[in-house]
Design a binder for this molecule. Sequence first.
Ligand SMILES: [Zn+2]
Ligand SMILES: [Zn+2]
Length: 365
Amino acid sequence: MEPIRNRDSDARAAQPRPAGSRAERDLEVQRPEGLYCPPGDFFIDPWRPVERAVITHAHADHARAGHRRYVAAVDCAALMRARLGALSVHGLQWGETLPVNGVRVSLHPAGHVLGSAQVRLEAGGRVWVVSGDYKLEADASCGAAFEPLRCDVFVTESTFGLPVYRWAPQRAVFDEIDHWWQANAEAGRTSVLYCYALGKAQRVLAGVNPDIGPLLCHGAIEPINAVYRAQGIALAPTLHATRTGDPAVMRRALVLAPPSAAGSTWMRRFGTCSDAFASGWMQLRGARRRRAVDRGFVLSDHADWPGLHAAIAATGAARVVVTHGHVDTMVRWLEECGFEAQAFRTEYGDDDPDAAAPAPDREQP
Ligand SMILES: [Zn+2]
Ligand SMILES: [Zn+2]
């Protein structure tokens, strides 16, 4: 792999590192454009256009259009092209090292969605890991399971960083979905399951029992399914929901649709149906009622409270930086546990419905 170098970076990389202040030695800092690696001169998941962006995963709040050059895992690159069109992406295999201005950059599975990566940065004898979004439970639709990495500083999300969030094993959740679907099919009712189009829908397709009935997908989900299949992920066969007019098929079907389809005219074609929402937010009292759906299935692509702690402990890091979600709660908890903890203010979480539910503190009547 040809190292990437900016002008003057050779000289910079060859010199012994000056013993400057800690901020000068940090491998990741926050800038108005996004998280920035000063010695490498690149950004990770920037929210404003930059020259070079390393992308953790293809969700809209992390992978944005408008950067000049991208570095991403090969599977992530395929999803980004499907979402954002033609891009200049340098695709990396898991664990492959790309030197960028003297910083050794490698990507390692984060287990969040297909191609989701933790970014490992190594320079001057220090290792930082920027984990993006992640979950620990292995999930066939991601292709690769979360890889614990040792590091000096761990940058973590905290989307579900409250003690109330504890996930049941995913098999138990898929069994619940199967039972609901089966009962609806026997009663001649279409089952409509709202789930995020990138990641959650494919995880459901890989997890439910396709023998119960046909699987129909909304037009926002089918193109993502095609990318997953092209990247070698086995998903149950699906039909395009709007191209299936047969009422007999619809009555036994499980329809996957993005949350934005709820209450839309698109939904009318299904007649009598039972609807449900699959999200980590369904753990909260009142969340299902607010969504006005019949059922809520607690299925998240993020780590739960114990999962966040397990992931952090496994890094061996003494210092932890929290990027998004319940940042203050997590920082306080880490400090109580003896970590050196801080927050980076980021713009992640806005476009991901999985990260856009009301905070539970607003739940109280
Ligand atoms: Zn995400
Ligand atoms: Zn996120």
